[in-house]
Design a protein around this ligand. Structure first.
Ligand code: NCD
Length: 316
């Protein structure tokens, strides 16, 4: 295990986003996650790290893998976990977000994992509760643990997060996953290409230090990693894309396009996947795909985050 001394200067209590996070903090989180990944494989995670702590999963939006991943991560470290989804909570009875926060606070929650359809909700909650707040995806804003698990997956395969070229393709406009990954990858010294139709890749992204491509074949040429995104129709009020068939034809990842990337380039997807819409099934299941490893690294990264935030809270 990495000793706590390597994190003693990191006193941050919440994980709300990756924008502005210094590279050494990202590296130290990934190093600790790497340790947890190895311990998980040998079923040797230390269950005393979060013993006696309470973690609440507060999900105002659907989620399978992220919620389960946080639950497993907490359980492997010995925390008590409560899952609250909105359909069971008083929010449906008209209780405001801040009243919910006050209630959770009175219950002496240590860690609050929040997913919400509105950007900024975890930040607002963090100001109101004593718990450490972890953003599990807020609107179109950020999804920091997803980008950290993506970073760890890339680092395990390619040995570094520096000087790589990573293509993020598809529905960038609606993707908090894309935003968090742009922050992480550019901070670590890699080049990011955003690929998609102008309706889904707004020019304003240029300010984040990325290159924009509106032609898929050109965008994937020579890249080290191709990260595909789900077409998030539930966040689109008007039709921003033609039919699913047309979308696949122009923006889908098939074998022919994958062959334009560097040899053995990694294929990634945060899930849930729309097979046949943004990615061909055989590519998703190919040797170059690391999609299942992303899920595995998700648990390890969340263990590292829960561990570090708890230590930071104990030693301000
Ligand atoms: C993503 C999300 O919810 O932002 N999913 C995830 O957490 N793995 C991406 C998506 O919903 O497409």
């Amino acid at each position: 295990m990495t000793s706590s001394s390597s994190h003693k200067h990191d006193t941050t209590r919440h994980l709300l986003g990756l924008e502005g996070m210094p590279p050494d903090r990202i590296t130290s989180l990934l190093d600790l996650a790497e340790n947890y990944a190895q311990l998980n494989r040998s079923c040797a995670a230390p269950r005393d790290v979060l013993r006696g702590r309470t973690l609440i999963n507060l999900f105002f939006e659907d989620s399978t893998r992220t919620r389960t991943s946080f639950e497993l991560a907490g359980k492997r470290l010995g925390a008590d976990i409560v899952n609250m989804s909105v359909s069971q909570s008083s929010v449906n009875k008209g209780e405001t977000l801040l009243d919910t926060a006050a209630t959770l606070n009175a219950m002496r929650t240590d860690l609050l994992v929040v997913r919400h359809s509105q950007s900024g909700t975890p930040t607002l909650l963090a100001r109101k509760v004593d718990a450490s707040v972890i953003n599990a995806g807020d609107g179109l804003h950020e999804h920091p643990t997803q980008a950290l698990l993506d970073g760890l997956t890339i680092r395990r395969h390619l040995g570094t997060l520096e000087s790589l070229t990573v293509a993020i393709c598809g529905d960038i406009a609606h993707s908090r996953v894309a935003r968090s990954n742009i922050h992480l990858l550019t901070t670590m010294g890699s080049t990011v290409r955003l690929i998609g139709p102008p309706t889904l890749v707004p020019k304003t992204f240029k300010q984040l230090g990325v290159n924009i491509y509106h032609h898929m074949d050109e965008g994937v040429k020579g890249v080290d990693v191709i990260m595909m995104l789900r077409l998030q129709r539930e966040r689109m009020s008007t039709g921003l894309v033609p039919s699913a068939r047309e979308y696949f034809r122009f923006w889908g990842l098939d074998r022919k396009r994958l062959n334009l990337a560097r040899k053995n380039a990694l294929v990634m997807h945060p899930g849930p996947m729309n097979r046949g819409i943004e990615i061909e099934s055989s590519v998703a299941d190919s040797d170059q795909s690391v999609i299942q490893q992303q899920v595995e690294m998700g648990v390890a990264v969340r263990m590292a985050v829960l561990d570090v935030l708890t230590r930071n809270k104990d030693t301000p």
